[in-house]
Design a protein around this ligand. Structure first.
Ligand code: GTP
Ligand code: MG
Length: 204
C-alpha cells in the first residue's frame, strides 16, 4: 500500500443528528447546504458518516442490508448537513416499499434546493451494477453533481479496483478521479472531507 494512502483523518467539527425524514415535506428548510450519501444497501454509507463525525454510534450501522430507512440529516458546525439516505435497490423489502424509497430519494434530489452534491458509493469488490448506473444517471439528469467513491477498498484486489474504476470512467467521463475509500482502514477520508467542504463552500 502507498504510505500516503494511510490517512490520519481526525474529525474537526461538531456533528448532531437533527432530522429523520420519511417524506420530502420534512426535510430542513433553513437553507444550509447539504451533501447526501447514496449507494446500494450495505455499501458503507452510515459507517462513513460515523467516521467523519468520529463517533462510532451516531449513525446506526448493520451487516444486514436495509438498515437505513429514512432520510437522516446530520448538521456539522451549524454550517452544513450531511445526509444519510436509504440503500438503493434493496431486494429484501417488498417491491412497493422499494419503489416508495426510490421515489423518496428521487423526490429529495429533485426538491431539496440546498442539495449541492451526491457522494455515490460503489463497493469496489462488487463493482458498478445496473441499478447504480440508473441511479447515477437519474441524479445527474436532475442537474445534481455526483462524486463517485469506491468503498471498502480494503477488501478488493488490484484487478477489482481497476475494473470498478474503469466502469465509472465509462459512464462519468475519462477526466473524473473516483476516490478510493476504506472506512475500516481509514483510507481516503481526508480527501473526501476536503471534497465535501469545497462542495458546501465551508473552510476547514
Ligand atoms: P444501508 O443502511 O443498509 O443502506 O447500508 P449502509 O450503506 O449504510 O452500510 P453500513 O454503513 O451499515 O455498513 C454495512 C456493513 O459494511 C457493516 O457491516 C460495516 O461494518 C461494513 N463496512 C463499512 N465500511 C467498511 C469498510 O471500509 N471496509 C469493510 N471491509 N467493511 C465496511
Ligand atoms: Mg445505512
Amino acid at each position: 500500500m502507498n504510505p500516503n494512502e494511510k490517512n490520519e483523518f481526525r474529525p474537526t467539527m461538531d456533528a448532531e443528528f437533527t432530522t429523520a425524514a420519511t417524506n420530502v415535506s420534512q426535510i430542513p428548510t433553513d437553507g444550509l447546504p447539504q451533501v447526501a450519501f447514496l449507494g446500494r444497501s450495505n455499501v458503507g454509507k452510515s459507517s462513513l458518516l460515523n467516521a467523519l463525525t468520529g463517533r462510532k454510534n451516531l449513525v446506526k450501522v448493520s451487516s444486514k442490508p436495509g438498515k437505513t430507512k429514512e432520510i437522516n440529516f446530520f448538521k456539522f458546525n451549524q454550517a452544513f448537513y450531511l445526509v444519510d439516505l436509504p440503500g438503493v435497490g434493496y431486494a429484501g423489502v417488498k417491491f412497493e416499499k422499494v419503489s416508495e424509497m426510490q421515489s423518496g430519494i428521487r423526490a429529495y434530489v429533485e426538491q431539496s434546493k440546498a442539495l449541492r452534491g451526491v457522494v455515490y458509493l460503489i463497493d469496489c469488490k462488487i463493482g458498478l451494477q445496473p441499478i447504480d448506473v440508473e441511479t447515477i444517471e437519474g441524479i445527474r439528469s436532475l442537474g445534481c453533481p455526483v462524486l463517485p467513491v469506491m468503498s471498502k477498498c480494503d477488501k478488493a484486489n488490484q484487478s477489482e479496483l481497476a475494473k470498478t474504476r474503469n466502469s465509472l470512467l465509462k459512464i462519468l467521463g475519462e477526466d473524473i478521479r473516483p476516490l478510493r475509500l476504506s472506512t475500516l482502514r481509514k483510507i481516503g477520508l481526508r480527501e473526501l472531507w476536503q471534497e465535501i467542504l469545497s462542495t458546501v463552500a465551508v473552510e476547514a
